[in-house]
Design a protein around this ligand. Sequence first.
Ligand code: NI
Length: 226
Amino acid sequence: MLIHIPDVLSADQVAHARRLLDTADWVDGRVTAGPQSARVKDNAQLPEGHPAARELGDTIVSALQRHPLFISAALPLHVFPPLFNRYAGGQSFGHHIDNAIRQMPGMPHRIRTDLSCTLFLSGRDEYDGGELMVEDTYGLHSVKLPAGHLVLYPATSLHHVRPVTRGVRVCSFFWLQSMVRSDADRTLLFDLDAAIRHLHGVEAAEAPAVQLTGVYHNLLRRWAEV
Ligand code: NI
């Protein structure tokens, strides 16, 4: 399931992020790539633990924790501290699948990457190309969202970023471990949650809404790891 999460950051938050990022010192993006994806990765990245990455990462994670659509779709357990990348002058990232396991920086534990997130920090008119292309069982999806919007997709997906032929594409990217490991199970819960929300305020549907909410929580109890 590929989900567009709108308005994660406000226009002011995006502008602040860009002021910090546009003056930061970027390094070669291959620092976090495995040996195979390093061969196809051509971009710049903010070093992990860079003060700007920490500040903006905290802003992004706290915004997501307040975003009902994100919570419903991701059911997050652990969120990796957001990273930042930059593509310009024809840079791209060829076909790859993200690493399954990530060491949490500065912490003793690792996370399993169930979902990948890309948060766009450049407006769509600021650059040409740079689409995130995600392959799933329903085909190839092209993703290029307004600044401040995020796409959430299964980390099991083969994906690539098309060359940026004009302007600069700045994004934040990160992974999360979900309480519900299976994308199919998580999708059922997401659809059920959406249906229950539609029933809110419908007087005649009050009893079935309570029953369906019970079903939601009992499925979550069955499938969740916390
Ligand atoms: Ni990737």
